[in-house]
Design a protein. Structure first.
Length: 87
């Protein structure tokens, strides 16, 4: 039997902040992934998380905006954000 590698969940706050630093507004992010500005704000404020489809679109947008590979997506580290996320 093959073990399936489980990764920590995506740290949506850090994903959104990465894009904000590059000039993207919540409205622009929402328009790009098919969500509202207020939905993006709620993900950043950790009120809730995007569903799978929109989460995948948000990850793809982050990759385009940052030029970084999917493997470098900010991840939750046991509920604690690691210092490496702030580089």
């Amino acid at each position: 039997m093959t073990d399936i590698k489980t990764l920590p969940g995506v740290h949506w706050w850090a994903v959104i902040v990465d894009m904000e630093k590059r000039g993207y507004t919540h409205a622009a992010m929402g328009a790009a992934v098919g969500a509202s500005r207020t939905a993006v704000e709620s993900w950043k404020n950790r009120d809730n998380e995007p569903g799978h489809d929109i989460g995948e679109r948000l990850c793809a947008l982050w990759r385009v905006v940052t030029g970084r590979p999917r493997e470098e997506l900010p991840r939750k580290a046991g509920g604690v954000l690691s210092a490496a996320s702030f580089r």
